[in-house]
Design a protein around this ligand. Structure first.
Ligand code: FVH
Length: 291
């Protein structure tokens, strides 16, 4: 698929991310109109060739395709609610991070206003936009995704997750949950070794390849979780996974065990329910049925 650089596009919100998205569009030759609540943030984009809009309404009227990348759901309402009439008949791609319920609410609002709606979750930081490793998840209008995919691919790998507008956000937040728990685990390890005079930088040199190698186990966990049989042979059992040694070593180092305690709590609930010989992936059941 080649990029149709004649697609006229407007970008609402020129924070760090909105500016990166707009810059990629301008550099690819799209006629790009930009607007930001606080003036002055468009200067770099204007130098690249973007067209400024004095108001959000002017920006919306300039293009058939409107990209919103604002702070949060409330700011999307602040900007777009007064513009429902102007947006009617156009396509809105909302890349603001919102909850799944908020994304669905925006989709319903757009449908009511006669706006084609695609929601997106950006899996990248601004400097990654347009570079390898950036990806953006989408859900909502399949027609909008298919029509604009060449343009969307300017930002990173574009993946469509279905017509439920909340799914891109759900995926986005679930992936971030995995990331933050992993980061917390790394920081916990760094805190453990710090009293031994090992810097976080030295620890990271060991942790990065270790954690990277461990991601090879995710597909196996997924197979067990999807199959629903935690007795499948070859898994590390819950009893074997007991984090007592890790908690004790952390305490000896004078380090809080809070991060480990959460995981051990999930393990213990399954052991207490008589599943200690089953695989570690069974903590999925602890999470699905909160205590
Ligand atoms: N930056 C990142 O690394 C992450 C990566 C993953 C996705 N997020 C989400 O992207 C949305 C925008 O993020 P951002 O980095 O551009 O955020 P800021 O630099 O803080 O810019 C916020 C823009 O929103 C405008 N704004 C805020 N409130 C209002 C409002 N009530 N009415 C109109 N505009 C509003 C703000 O304008 P101003 O303060 O300059 O006037 C900025 O343009 C976000 O959902 C991330 O979670 C980024």
């Amino acid at each position: 698929m080649t990029t149709d650089d004649s697609v006229q596009v407007s970008v609402l919100g020129l924070g760090a991310m909105g500016s990166a998205l707009a810059a990629a569009l301008v550099k690819a030759g799209h006629p790009t109109t930009v607007w930001n609540r606080t003036p002055g943030r468009a200067d770099g984009l204007l130098a690249l060739g973007a067209t400024p809009a004095g108001t959000a309404a002017d920006a919306v009227r300039a293009s058939g395709l409107v990209i919103a990348c604002l702070l949060d759901h409330a700011s999307v309402h602040d900007v777009l609610d007064p513009l429902a009439g102007d947006l009617a008949g156009r396509t809105l791609i909302n890349l603001t991070t919102t909850s799944p319920a908020q994304s669905r609410e925006s989709a319903a609002w757009a449908a009511h206003a006669g706006v084609t709606y695609l929601d997106g979750g950006i899996m990248a930081v601004p400097h990654m936009i347009g570079r390898p490793g950036a990806s953006v998840l989408y859900s909502g209008s399949a027609e909008a995704f298919d029509r604009h995919k060449p343009l969307l691919d300017l930002w990173g790998t574009s993946t469509y997750h279905g017509d439920d507008a909340g799914l891109a956000s759900l995926y986005d937040l679930a992936l971030l949950a995995g990331m933050y728990v992993m980061f917390a685990g790394f920081v916990h390890g760094a805190a453990m070794v710090a009293p031994a005079g090992i810097t976080a930088r030295e620890f990271a040199a060991s942790a990065a390849p270790w954690l990277s190698a461990m991601t090879g186990g995710l597909a196996g966990f997924a197979q067990v979780i999807d199959g629903g049989d935690y007795t499948v042979a070859g898994q590390q059992s819950l009893e074997f996974s007991h984090l007592g040694d890790l908690q004790a070593a952390s305490a000896e180092q004078g380090v809080s065990t809070e991060v480990l305690d959460v995981v051990q709590g999930l393990i213990q609930r399954q052991i207490d329910a008589g599943h200690g010989a089953e695989g570690f992936a069974r903590i999925f059941e602890s999470l699905r049925r909160p205590a």
